[in-house]
Write a protein that binds this ligand. Structure first.
Ligand SMILES: O=C(O)[C@H](O)COP(=O)(O)O
Ligand SMILES: [Mn+2]
Ligand SMILES: [Mn+2]
Length: 513
């Protein structure tokens, strides 16, 4: 390895996705799991807890962390204002309602007697969207007297407890009543409308419902809102009936379509699919989004994202230190694109390994996912002398946690424990330090109180802090206690210090050791 200051040594950065910390409890899968290795290193090596939610990581107060923010902040070494926070600031300052593009869109729809379609996830999960944003958009449309405002509601059940879709749709109806405009046009589960795995058949079903009114025709909202067999996530693409058996709405030439998710990753396949379909069928529409998306289609954002340069990837590149990034398909973008500050530029100082384990996974039955392949890739990169830093995401705890299945998540945590043990052993043999950290909480809290106070299974994220632990490393560092009160913004400065380098000038976090 070249370019090292002293003292420092090569290392391994492991992100244990969804590894949060909370007191033992019957819904805490991580406390219920047998994780002897993680328990022992947390007890004997420098270890602590980091803030991974809310203001500490650039989110709104008391907002759960998520994988995008988590990896962005781990990479940036500072708390970047996340897209949801920027949207909220634009709303609070009045800039959103005065936004020229939004106003132009509404004014054009009003003067040409065209419809405005508002498309997005209807919940208050705060990961992909916030229903209050929809309220502001409805009010703006009402102020412009847009003649027809249609809401295409995507049901959640993943970032919020399952079985709550009907309640959120009732909230949408209240928002429309308060604004004095808007009607529901379609109701579609996020499994269809927000697929990001390349299942274009799912996206297509959502697109046909939204654009053409082709789907399960429903005369009552209640029929569309409930899906006891497969849950809110998989509400089939449903089209609400207008007069007779015709769909209430379709997307027509010159209509405006505004997507109100603020997070791009799970809406981009839909946006591109819808844009292609509308173009293919000769409909010119105005496409716009609340925040900036990574789409092929040209979609004008009402809010631009914060710059994130000067993070770990830039510092490694500047020092000509090679890193290998390894993750399963589900988290591959997180250890590459997001960790690099959403900068897609290929770098000569990086190699990427994308593990594809299973094309049709049932995570409850395969909680080990492709972990064995991830571990093999990590261990093989860790034995290379040209590699300064191996970065890997172990996805199991989060991905299995999202199923809401406590038993499966316990097993996912046990597989993760064994994986970290193997990686730490190889890292140790190779003279590498290993830093393991969660990116946000999830599996440590798998029950949530429902409206009647009874606990419901919950597969979403949490506001809990995340563990961090360092094994190995230069003698003077390894023996030290970890600083308290840190956040994910301290991870990159710590990694650089362990590598024998200073934090980057743009970083605001501090080394934890
Ligand atoms: O998109 C998802 O899978 C969840 O809504 C959030 O999970 P993530 O932030 O871990 O991707
Ligand atoms: Mn995550
Ligand atoms: Mn997650």
């Amino acid at each position: 390895m070249t370019g090292l200051g002293t003292p420092g040594s090569p290392g391994v950065l492991l992100v244990l996705d969804g590894w949060g910390h909370a007191p033992p409890d019957r819904g805490n899968a991580l406390a219920l799991a047998r994780t002897p290795f993680l328990d022992s290193i947390r007890a004997t090596c420098p270890a602590g807890l980091l803030q991974a939610s809310g203001e500490a990581v650039g989110l709104l107060p008391d907002t759960v962390g998520n994988s995008e923010t988590g990896h962005l902040i781990i990479g940036a070494g500072r708390a970047l204002p996340y897209d949801s926070l920027l949207v909220r600031q634009h709303i609070d300052s009045g800039a959103m309602r005065g936004h020229p593009r939004l106003n132009e869109m509404c004014a054009a729809a009003a003067s040409a007697d065209r419809a405005l379609h508002l498309v997005g996830l209807c919940s208050d999960g705060q990961i992909h969207s916030d229903l209050n944003h929809l309220g502001v958009l409805l009010a703006t449309a009402a102020a412009h007297r847009v003649p027809r405002v249609w809401v295409h509601a995507i049901t959640d059940g993943r970032d919020v407890a399952d079985g709550t879709a009907a309640r959120y749709l009732a909230q949408v109806e209240r928002l429309m009543a308060d604004a004095g405009t808007g009607r529901l046009a379609t109701v579609i589960g996020r499994g269809y409308a927000m697929d990001k795995s390349g299942r274009h058949d799912l996206t297509e079903a959502a697109v046909l419902a939204m654009a053409d009114g082709r789907g399960l025709l429903r005369h009552r909202l209640r029929e569309a809102a409930e899906n006891p067999e497969r849950g809110d996530e998989w509400v089939p693409p449903s089209v609400l009936a207008g007069t007779g058996d015709r769909p209430a709405a379709t997307m027509a030439d010159q209509d405006a379509v505004l997507f109100f998710n603020f997070r791009s990753d799970r809406v981009r396949q839909l946006v591109d699919g819808l844009a292609d379909h509308l173009e293919r069928t000769g409909r010119k529409t105005w496409l716009s989004s609340l925040a900036q998306y990574d789409t092929r289609a040209e979609v004008e954002p009402l809010t631009r994202r914060a710059g994130a340069s000067g993070g770990l990837a830039d510092e490694l590149e500047r020092a000509r230190l090679l890193s290998v990034r390894i993750a399963e398909r589900e988290k591959f973008e997180h250890v590459t694109y997001y960790l690099n500050g959403r900068d897609p530029r290929p770098r000569a100082t990086e190699e990427h390994v994308r593990v594809v384990a299973d094309s049709a996974p049932d995570y409850r039955r395969r909680p080990q996912m492709g972990l064995a392949q991830v571990v093999d890739a990590v261990c093989s990169a860790a034995t290379r002398s040209d590699v300064a830093l191996v970065v890997a995401n172990l996805a199991n705890i989060d991905v299995v946690g999202h199923t809401g299945d406590l038993g499966a998540t316990v097993r996912a945590a046990e597989h993760t424990d064994a994986a970290v043990r193997r990686i730490a052993a190889v890292a140790g043999e190779q003279g590498r330090w290993m830093l393991a950290v969660g990116d946000h909480g999830n599996a440590e809290q798998m029950l949530q109180r429902g409206p009647d106070g009874a606990p419901l299974p919950y597969g979403g994220h949490t506001t809990n802090p995340v563990p961090v632990v360092v094994t190995g490393g230069a003698e003077h560092i390894a023996g030290r206690a970890m600083a308290e009160g840190g956040s994910l913004a301290d991870v990159a400065p710590t990694v650089l210090k362990l590598l024998g380098r200073e934090p980057g000038p743009a970083m605001e976090g501090s080394p934890l050791l």
